[in-house]
Design a binder for this molecule. Structure first.
Ligand code: PEP
Ligand code: MG
Length: 535
C-alpha cells in the first residue's frame, strides 16, 4: 500500500496513529429495508445498544455531567419513546425512517413546551435520535470508539468529543472545523492530536492513519519508515512532556526572573481530573455553558457544581464566568434561533441581561459558592460600561435577597472579559474588579475572521499587530486602574504566542489544564531582558 498525505490545519499538536473510524452525518441516509419483523428487531437492537452505550458513558463520568446524561438513559429505558416508531414499522416504514419521524415529533413537542427546562431537553432527544440511527447503520456510538482510534468526520461537536474516552490515545481528522473552535480547544486541553480543514478529502480517509497535529497533515497507510520515525517522535514528545510534568508544581519564572502566574481553564467537570489544582495558581476561567446547559433554573445543581470547583481549587482563586451562551455555544430554548450572524448577535452578558430571572439564579448560586473561598465572577462579551452597571445591580439585588434567607453567602469579586474590540480600546472606562482578555473572540472580531471558519483561519491571528496593540492597551488600562489582568483565551496556551503576550505586559495566563506543564516550560525558556527576536 502506498502512503498518501493530506494537508489540513494544525489544531492540536502531537502524533497519533490508529485505525480510522468514520463518523458520517447520517441525515437522510437509508439502509436496505427488511421485512416488518426484521425492521422491528433492528430498531429494538439499536435502541438497546444505544442504551448500553449511554449507561457505559455515565459510569465513566462524574457529577452533573453524569446526571445530565442520566436523562438520556431514562428516556432510552422508557418504552413510550419507541412506541410510535414501532407502530410506523408495522405500517411498512423502514426502521430508520420510522425512528426519525417519531423522534421529530417528540423533539417538536419538547421544543414548544412552555417550561424552559423541557425546551432545553430537546437537544438530548436529538442526541438520542442520532445515537440510535448510528447503531442502526452499524456505526460505533461516540462512547464506544475503539481505543486509539482516529475519529474522521466533517466536523465534531464538543459533546461528541466529551463522550469519547481519550485516556487510551487516539486522534481527530476533520474535513472542516477550525483551530480556534471549542472542540479544538478541548483537544488541546486533553493532548489529543487533531488536524482540521482537510477539505472534501476527509471522506476518503480510511484504513490506518497517522494524524500529525504539529505538521498539520494526515497520512493514510503510512509506510514502515514513517511509522518508525513517528514512534521515535511520539517517544520524544512524551519524554519532553514528562519532564515538563515533573516540574509543573514549580513556579513559572522567566530566565530574567519575571514571575508569571499560570492558571487553568475549566470547560467541564472532567477537566478537573486532567491536572492537579496544586500545579496551578487557581482557575482563570470556568466556562459555565458546559456545566449548566440544562440547569439554567436549578440553583442547587449550579451551587453543587461551583462548590465542587471551589473544593478542587482548595483555597486558590476561582474565576467563574456567567453563562456565555450564543455564537458557537447555542443552548436550545435559550439562545435565539436563526440569527443572521450569531457571533454578532445576542450572546453572553447581552442574553443574560435579557433574562434576569435566569441570570439571578446563577448569581445566587455563585454568591453562595463565594462563601466557600476566593471566588471571582466574570461577565462575558461586555461591550458597554452600562452592562457592567446593570449586572452589578442584579448582583446587589441577589445579595440583598440572600441576606434575608438563612443561607451562607459572600460578595464575589466582579470582573469582565475583554473580548470585544470596542471594550478593549475603552478598557480604562470599566469599573471592574479585574479584566481577563478573551483572545479567541477578541481576535475574531478584530480581524473580521470567524474563529470556527477553516477558510479564514490564517487571518484570525492573535499575533496581528492590531490585536497585540489592543492587548497592550488593556494591560496599561488595568495597571492604571490598579486591577489584575490575565489572558484566558487560547493564545495563553500557545507556546508560539506566549513571548509576544508577555512582552505586551501580560503576567497571568490561564490555559487548558493539559497544557499547564508545557506553558510553564515555555515561560522558563524566555528571557524578557533580551531584545525581541533573541529570546
Ligand atoms: C475567548 O473568547 O477568548 C474566551 C476565553 O471565551 P470563549 O472561548 O469561551 O468564547
Ligand atoms: Mg469568548
Amino acid at each position: 500500500m502506498v502512503e498518501r498525505c493530506i494537508r489540513g490545519r494544525a489544531a492540536s499538536e502531537g502524533l497519533a496513529m490508529g485505525p480510522a473510524v468514520i463518523r458520517r452525518a447520517l441525515e437522510g441516509a437509508s439502509r436496505a429495508k427488511g421485512s416488518i419483523a426484521e425492521e422491528h428487531a433492528a430498531l429494538a437492537a439499536a435502541v438497546a445498544r444505544a442504551r448500553d452505550a449511554v449507561a457505559e458513558l455515565i459510569a465513566s463520568l462524574q457529577g452533573d455531567a453524569a446526571e445530565l446524561i442520566g436523562f438520556q438513559l431514562a428516556l432510552l429505558e422508557d418504552d413510550a419513546l419507541t412506541e410510535a416508531a414501532f407502530a410506523q414499522i408495522e405500517r411498512g416504514t423502514a426502521a430508520e425512517d420510522a425512528w426519525r419521524a417519531a423522534m421529530a415529533q417528540e423533539i417538536a413537542g419538547y421544543e414548544s413546551a412552555d417550561d424552559e427546562y423541557f425546551r432545553a431537553r430537546a437537544s438530548d432527544l436529538a442526541d438520542i435520535r442520532d445515537r440510535v440511527v448510528r447503531h442502526l447503520f452499524g456505526l460505533a456510538d461516540d462512547g464506544q470508539l475503539p481505543s486509539g482510534a482516529i475519529i474522521v468526520a466533517r466536523d465534531l461537536a464538543p459533546s461528541a468529543f466529551l463522550g469519547v474516552d481519550w485516556s487510551k490515545g487516539g486522534g481527530i481528522a476533520l474535513g472542516e472545523g477550525s483551530p480556534t473552535s471549542h472542540v479544538a480547544m478541548l483537544a488541546r486541553g486533553r493532548g489529543v492530536p487533531m488536524v482540521v480543514g482537510l477539505g472534501r478529502g476527509w471522506e476518503r480517509l480510511a484504513g490506518e492513519l497517522l494524524v500529525d497535529g504539529t505538521r498539520a497533515e494526515v497520512v493514510v497507510d503510512p509506510d514502515p519508515e514513517r511509522i518508525a520515525a513517528a514512534r521515535r517522535e511520539i517517544d520524544e514528545f512524551r519524554r519532553r512532556k514528562a519532564e515538563a510534568i515533573a516540574r509543573q508544581h514549580e513556579p513559572a519564572l522567566t530566565r530574567d526572573g519575571t514571575p508569571v502566574a499560570v492558571l487553568v481553564n475549566i470547560s467541564g467537570p472532567n477537566d478537573m481530573a486532567i491536572a492537579p489544582a496544586s500545579a496551578g495558581d487557581g482557575v482563570g476561567l470556568a466556562r459555565t455553558e458546559f456545566l449548566t446547559a440544562n440547569l439554567l433554573h436549578d440553583e442547587e445543581a449550579q451551587y453543587r457544581a461551583y462548590a465542587e470547583l471551589m473544593r478542587w481549587a482548595d483555597g486558590r482563586p476561582v474565576t467563574i464566568r456567567t453563562l456565555d451562551a450564543g455564537g458557537d455555544k447555542p443552548i436550545p430554548g435559550y439562545t435565539i434561533d436563526g440569527e443572521s450572524n450569531p457571533f454578532l448577535g445576542l450572546r453572553g452578558i447581552r442574553l443574560s441581561l435579557r433574562h434576569p430571572e435566569i441570570f439571578r439564579v446563577q448569581l445566587r448560586a455563585l454568591s453562595r459558592a463565594a462563601a466557600l473561598g476566593p471566588l471571582k465572577v466574570m461577565l462575558p462579551m461586555v461591550t458597554n460600561a452600562g452592562e457592567l452597571d446593570a449586572a452589578r445591580g442584579h448582583l446587589r439585588a441577589v445579595l440583598d435577597d440572600l441576606a434575608k434567607d438563612s443561607l451562607a453567602f459572600a460578595e464575589p469579586a466582579f470582573g469582565i472579559m475583554i473580548e470585544v474590540p470596542a471594550a478593549a480600546l475603552a478598557a480604562q472606562d470599566f469599573a471592574a474588579d479585574f479584566f481577563s482578555i478573551g483572545t479567541n473572540d477578541l481576535t475574531q472580531y478584530a480581524t473580521a475572521a470567524s474563529r470556527d471558519g477553516a477558510e479564514v483561519a490564517d487571518y484570525a491571528d492573535v499575533l496581528h499587530p492590531g490585536v497585540l496593540a489592543m492587548i497592550a492597551h488593556v494591560v496599561r488600562a488595568a495597571r492604571a486602574r490598579g486591577v489584575d489582568v490575565s489572558i484566558c483565551g487560547d493564545a495563553a496556551g500557545d507556546v508560539s504566542a506566549i513571548p509576544a503576550l508577555l512582552r505586551a505586559g501580560v503576567r497571568a495566563l490561564s490555559v487548558s489544564p493539559g497544557l499547564l506543564p508545557q506553558v510553564k516550560a515555555a515561560i522558563r525558556e524566555l528571557d524578557l531582558a533580551r531584545p525581541v527576536g533573541s529570546a
